[in-house]
Design a protein around this ligand. Sequence first.
Ligand SMILES: CC(C)(COP(=O)(O)OP(=O)(O)OC[C@H]1O[C@@H](n2cnc3c(N)ncnc32)[C@H](O)[C@@H]1OP(=O)(O)O)[C@@H](O)C(=O)NCCC(=O)NCCS
Length: 437
Amino acid sequence: MENETLTITDNRTQKAYTVPIFRGTIRAMDLRQIKTDPEDFGLMTYDPAFMNTASCQSAITYLDGEKGILRYRGYPIEQLAEHCTFLEVAYLLLNGDLPTKDELDTWNYDVMRHSMIHENLKKFMDGFHHDAHPMGILLSTVAALSTFYPDGRAVNDAKYRRKQVVRLIGKMPTLAAYAYRHRLGRPYIYPDPELCYTKNYMNMLWKRTEPNYVANPVLARALEVLFILHADHEQNCSTSAMRVVGSSNADPYATTAAAISALWGPLHGGANEEVLRMLDEIGSKDRIPAFIEEVKEGHRKLMGFGHRVYKNYDPRARIIKQVAEEVFEVTGRNPKIDIALELEKIALNDEYFVKRRLYPNVDFYSGIIYQAMGFNPDQFTVLFGIPRTVGWLAQWQEMMSDTDKKIARPRQIYIGEEKRDFVPLTLREHKHELVGV
Ligand SMILES: CC(C)(COP(=O)(O)OP(=O)(O)OC[C@H]1O[C@@H](n2cnc3c(N)ncnc32)[C@H](O)[C@@H]1OP(=O)(O)O)[C@@H](O)C(=O)NCCC(=O)NCCS
């Protein structure tokens, strides 16, 4: 459209510039022409934490945080959670369309065929301390996969990219289950490609001496739904890490390890673990008002609440709340759900949270379900990482074939010292307090 432009007047020079508006954005590089004189570098944008910057174009996930809408490749998350298996959704995210029956059969077979890990990787895992955090084990072993699959470095070849994608999706549950069993000192259980993705994972986690472990179908379906809900969430912190690291053409194992590291933080995927610790600490409903006061006074955060993009109820939290009731029918009610429901009720009516548009996010209820299913809190972020690997890889594949792809390299505003001359050691003045570590 002709009027899809923006005219900017630089009040320093009185010059006007017209730049095109492209899909509701202006290109930051179009600002570079705005200069005070020919020596001037040109105008840049300053946007710490990318609050208002689109870093890519993507056709994978649509999110409207104002309205609480989430869609994968155009399909509402509610419909996918109701009708699909996790691997069906994985296929959709990676390929753009839902698979036909034949495509799904082949895809299931391929992924499950790649669920084994090299025996040397098991030895590598044995080196971790008995109480090593499973996220630490997961990110290290995913990075180590790059040493087993050097063809992963052929990142400019779509065929090789595809191979690593299938390998990673196939191996994530195995690595996660081995990390879990390592902690308990139990022998590792080999993957069973005859089982579906989630039942195989449950088998590797919980099989003991019985000849055939049979996963409870309600719990397996609940896990499947939780995996679907966590599979992608457009340009969040870990996905951005995936794209930034991948933009240097690092191999997908090293790149995925970087994404796992980002996910681990308590402000991102690590929040589900923190929610459980918070609910434990609150302990009973009568202690909620005092806790809310502490939050409002700024002493702490209500974990599992708030989101950079959702300024409405997170649609995933709504689905998880329903799944929780189905899980409790099997496992018995996790008493923490009642504390969580009461916290939500109070928070949603309290001016502090209403004014800041803070709603429960995906992490608020997921941990309560995971705990009822038998997972320890330090396992929760791993349960986020397994399905999110699909989203990371879908975004990575998209980036690698994007004609706009360049190595990520932001600019800065330098605020340090002006040029100064070197001072010999004996003439330097003591300026900093000496602190030993
Ligand atoms: C997710 C999160 C990091 C988003 O942060 P953000 O987009 O930078 O939002 P801000 O930190 O600017 O928050 C805006 C305001 O709400 C407050 N706020 C945000 N989340 C809050 C929370 N969970 N509890 C209490 N106050 C919160 C902030 O203190 C800030 O208040 P102010 O305007 O008085 O300073 C943040 O909401 C958070 O830390 N939540 C808890 C961790 C969590 O559940 N993470 C999982 C996300 S899926």
